[in-house]
Design a protein around this ligand. Structure first.
Ligand code: SME
Length: 166
């Protein structure tokens, strides 16, 4: 276990995500538990990058997301598919990058300081949606396709873990 807090804020983005991925892999080892993975990813990303809110909404019914492990201020509990950025990403099964949340119709403001947001879907081994990873920033235009690639790689853990379980 690393003794010091991982801080990747001064790294180029691609390298920053490599470092977070390596730390995640090291911390998780063979641990085969989705809640542990969500908590570990949230903590490493949140403190590593200094985000405003970082965490998971899990699919708990065919069209319902419910908050899971996260770091930040109190998150909304339930989000219907199709609502807000998270619900849209879930309904459309694709990543959403929102440069300015004020320009996104239906954005759900759990924390009024949020200015930009990225949401990536996490799939299981059979391609089913298991959760979305939501990251919010206090600054506009924080996220781009490098963040998407880094986050999408992290959440492949869920498919790989399910495949290992068989
Ligand atoms: N902003 C999100 C809701 C979740 S919170 O920000 C933690 C959305 O519009 O889906």
């Amino acid at each position: 276990m690393a003794e010091t807090l991982l801080d990747v804020r001064h790294e180029p983005k691609a390298r920053a995500y490599e470092l977070v991925q390596a730390a995640f892999d090291q911390v998780m080892g063979d641990t085969d538990d989705a809640v542990t993975a969500m908590a570990t990813m949230s903590a490493l990303l949140h403190h590593g990058f200094g985000f405003l809110w970082t965490g998971f909404y899990r699919v708990v019914a065919p069209d319902l997301l419910r908050v899971g492990p996260y770091q930040g201020t109190l998150g909304c509990l339930d989000i219907r598919f199709g609502r807000g950025v998270c619900g849209t990403a879930a309904a459309e099964r694709r990543a959403m990058i929102v440069p300015d949340v004020n320009e996104f119709p239906g954005h759900i403001a759990c924390d009024a300081r949020s200015r930009s947001e990225i949401v990536v879907p996490a799939f299981g081994a059979g391609g089913e949606l298991v959760a979305v990873l939501d990251v919010d920033s206090e600054r506009a235009n924080t996220f781009d396709t490098e963040d998407q690639a880094g986050l999408e790689r992290l959440v492949t853990w869920f498919a790989h873990a399910q495949a290992r379980r068989g």
